[in-house]
Design a protein around this ligand. Sequence first.
Ligand code: HEC
Ligand code: HEC
Length: 287
Amino acid sequence: MNTKKICTLTLALAALTALPAYASDSINLKKADGVNGGLLYDSFLKKGEVSAKFSNAHNIDVAAIKDKYDFFRCKQCHGWDRIGTEGYYIGRKPKAGKRPNVSSVNLLDSAKKMSAHEVFDKIKKPVNGRSLSTDLTKYDPAGNSRPGDAMPVYGEIFNDSEIWDLVKFVKEDGEDYRNYYVMDLKGVYPNGKVKFAEIGKGGDAANGHKIYAKDCASCHGADGTDIDIKGKSAGEFTRKKTYELAHKVKFGQPGTDMFGTPLSIKEMNDLHKALADKATYPDMKKP
Ligand code: HEC
Ligand code: HEC
């Protein structure tokens, strides 16, 4: 055999061994549950209990993580809008021993550009990742912020199927805030501020009222005040935490009866528009 033939053979062999990996990537992505990915992104523990389809396959000490949970929640570092320090979390300050810095990564756009395999690897074993065994009590944003700010090595927490659910969520199923409102950012992280405009872009409030009556009122009440959301009504939550509503509606609230409601972008805008109306969905009465 001449060198050329050997080269061709080696290339063919390399292609053969590479193929199954990529083929299985697309199968894994197709099989994955993006709604569960959204719930895991939000919170895989609730009140210290396992929530969503989180199997705790590695038998991690849930009680030990509970006190340092903000170092493990995706949304804490990447934000609900998944644009980190360039989004709503531009003003979310870290706290010594308690809460890490928000990441400057724009996950909303970068995850779509990367292959599923790359995203999977970056979640399972990030290059500069932080192991579960890291002592986070010494975290101090002023002097000792690494490795607390680093992305956790989620291969120590989730099994592969859960990581695929997360890949599906960040690549395909996550909401894109740009569909629902405009943000006016002022200043820089961590001292920035955000104002929302055009909440429920071009939405039809009348149709939003119908969606609310059909999908939400049975639990939250006709005017959104039956469930006390840490002192807020459903309308008040929408007006103040606009960046969180679409995620909660689509994926549900982990560890509670609130399941996700699949709505089109137009319907989601209609709902935002309706809930922005303070006369119909008033703030919670303060005691
Ligand atoms: C403690 C903060 C923190 C938490 C919690 C966290 N991340 Fe990250 N993440 C980061 C940082 C910082 C980077 C940038 C890493 C780097 O480039 O070295 C990053 C990068 C990524 C990337 C790669 C993005 C890119 O453009 O290369 C993905 C994907 C990702 N995170 C997904 C997730 C998911 C999903 C979760 C939850 C399961 C999560 N992250 C939780 C801090 C965090
Ligand atoms: C089956 C009952 C049920 C339905 C249906 C339901 N919710 Fe909820 N919702 C809840 C419960 C329970 C909570 C959790 C309250 C808590 O955390 O204490 C909640 C929480 C929320 C939150 C707060 C999330 C947070 O971060 O704390 C919002 C916003 C919300 N619901 C809006 C809606 C909207 C809009 C709809 C309709 C699309 C809806 N819900 C449908 C029961 C429901």
